[in-house]
Structures are given as C-alpha cells and as structure tokens.
Design a protein around this ligand. Sequence first.
Ligand SMILES: [Zn+2]
Ligand SMILES: [Zn+2]
Length: 187
Amino acid sequence: MPNHSQTHLNPRSPLVLDTRELPRRPGAMRGLSRVVEAPADLGLEMIGVPTGGEVSLDLRLESVSEGVLVSGSVTVAVEGECGRCLRPIDDSLSVTIQELYAYEKSTTDETTDEDEVGRMQGDLIDLEPALRDAVVLAMPTNPLCRDDCPGLCPECGVHWDDLPAGHNHERVDSRWAALQDLTNIKE
Ligand SMILES: [Zn+2]
Ligand SMILES: [Zn+2]
C-alpha cells in the first residue's frame, strides 16, 4: 500500500513534483517535461524498467479548486525476456497518467480516502505511486519479443526461426533410416 504522507517528501527527488510555481487558482496550468532516472524495482518478473533507465515525463499540472490535477504521459525504457524464446526484449512503453492530488486540509483531503485521491504535502506531489501503478499495469505479464514469436522447439530448444521448415524429431522414415545407418549419422 503506497504511503503518501507517512514519509517526508524530498523536493529534489526526481519523482517529486514541486507546484510552488503553479498559482492556486483553478484553471492555472504549468507544463512539466523532464527525463529522470527510474526508481528500483519498477516492473514485473519477466520485464521491467532497468534501474536508472530513462523515464520521460511529459505532464500538465492544473490547479483545480481542491488541489492539483496531474495528467500527461510517461515513457519508460523496458528490458526483459521473451516468455516463449527467452530472447532479450529491449523496448519502450508509454502510459497516460491522470491523478488528482488534494491540498492539505481541503474538503477533499478531509472527506476522501487516501487510496481514492492522492495527497499533496505542502506544495509537493509524490508522483511515484501513481507512476508505478500505471507503468506496472501496462506491462505484459507474459512479454514476447514479437507478437508472433514461435518460441523454441521443445525437443532441441532451438528457436523455430533458426530451424528449417518441417523440422521435427519424429522417427525418420525407414528409407532415411537405412541411409543414416549407411552414413552413420546420429540424430
Ligand atoms: Zn520470442
Ligand atoms: Zn528440435
């Protein structure tokens, strides 16, 4: 469960947004574009954002009556392994974020649960929990190097791409068996 308020936010942390420049007047807006380093453990077992990998934030901060609405897109580099053939995956992922952060002591702050609406700490917003949720949710639980990856031959473990058409391990035809005996080819 994300802890929005138990820890004191560090304004220099890359995923903490400072809204001091944003007037607390509904409708006021500020754009925010920055590239930051990914926090650790952002991902799933088979695929994830490498620690220190690039996270590009392209966000809009908008004052609303009870807080700040953060919306926009987040693009991350992802690395992983194909669930069928184990080849490395090197890709990127873009997700959209739209999250409301209530001012401290606003009505929203006092009448909603922290799981429903985010909270501001003074002028600071901790984007990390929302970013984690959005990024992890968008990651495939069974990542593939490509949609039609044929995987590996279960008998010899070679990628089907690297095997000739018709490759199989069924008992060879008796005529070929005879030939193999002659030439001493072992399967
Ligand atoms: Zn694959
Ligand atoms: Zn095979």
